[in-house]
Design a protein around this ligand. Structure first.
Ligand code: NAP
Length: 249
């Protein structure tokens, strides 16, 4: 039997890398996507191959329409029909109140976190939808608890971008379900990855994780497990839903 094919955006590091590894172990072939960190992407690809996956590495800025087209075309040619997409690539910027944010920063956050999800989901839909001759599939969007908490004085632009992902998941979930495509999402809390360094607080998880009801920050593998479940047939009746993976925050 052929293995299902998954694309995980931003899978050179953090939650994306953990998701790619778990999917490799669960029998998927994989496209590892990244923006600039070739070495990290190659490392994930090698580990996925050791776990038995056919793995390819594709550099592509997922907020660029032409890069997304090239990403999906490469997967068509090298791995075959994609049936799973994880819209994981995301960024945040240094902490500041809304009054100090310049338009370039806000647009960059919205482009990379939101436009990327639209572009990759469109490309996946064109391949998976029954009306386009596809066999269906599953899409998981990586949001954040920030969409519910607001990230005041830190990065409200980021929180707003994740609010858009939540709404996209509900709306696109309804459009895609009749075509055999399930769209869902996860809302991670404080997870131990490099992203916090971009916000200017590399030790954020250790400093703040203890305040969660569970008393600790989360690990990327704990988010990957929820993503893998949503992608799987075990979640066959789950549409437009978000799973909070946030230790009770
Ligand atoms: P991370 O460790 O900083 O990794 C980010 C990944 O995204 C890297 O693989 C990076 O590639 C890739 N990337 C960034 N911009 C890209 C672009 N334009 N095109 C393609 N790839 C791009 O981040 P993370 O913490 O794992 O975050 C993953 C997702 O989880 C994000 O959507 C984030 O908002 C969400 N999230 C994280 C947390 C948390 O506490 N960590 C909490 C809630 C939600 P390079 O390696 O090439 O730079």
């Amino acid at each position: 039997m052929s293995r299902p094919v998954a694309i995980v955006t931003g899978s050179s590091r953090g939650i994306g890398a953990a998701t790619a590894m778990l999917l490799a172990q669960r029998g998927y072939d994989l496209c590892i996507n990244y923006q600039s960190n070739d070495d990290a992407a190659e490392r994930v690809s090698r580990s996925a191959a050791e776990a038995g996956a056919r793995a390819i590495v594709v550099q592509a800025d997922v907020s660029s329409e032409s890069d997304v087209a090239r990403l999906f075309d490469t997967v068509d040619k090298e791995l075959g029909a994609v049936s799973a997409l994880v819209n994981n690539a995301g960024i945040l910027d240094v902490q500041m109140p809304v009054e100090d944010m310049d338009p370039e920063r806000i647009m960059r956050v919205l482009r990379i976190n939101v436009l990327s999800t639209f572009l990759c989901s469109q490309a996946a839909f064109k391949r998976m939808a029954r009306k386009h001759g596809g066999s269906g599939g599953s899409i998981v969007n990586v949001s954040s608890m920030a969409s519910r908490l607001g990230a005041a004085f830190e990065y409200v632009d980021y929180a707003a971008s994740k609010g858009a992902i939540d709404a996209f998941t509900v709306g696109f979930g309804k459009e895609a379900a009749p075509e055999g495509i399930r769209v869902n999402g996860v809302r991670p809390g404080l997870i131990r990855t490099d992203i916090h360094a971009s916000g200017g607080m590399p030790d954020r998880v250790d400093r703040l994780g203890g305040a969660s009801p569970l008393g600790r920050g989360g690990e990327p593998e704990e988010v990957a497990a929820a993503i893998a479940w949503l992608l799987s047939d075990e979640a066959s009746y789950v549409i437009g839903s978000m799973i909070d993976v946030a230790g009770g925050f």
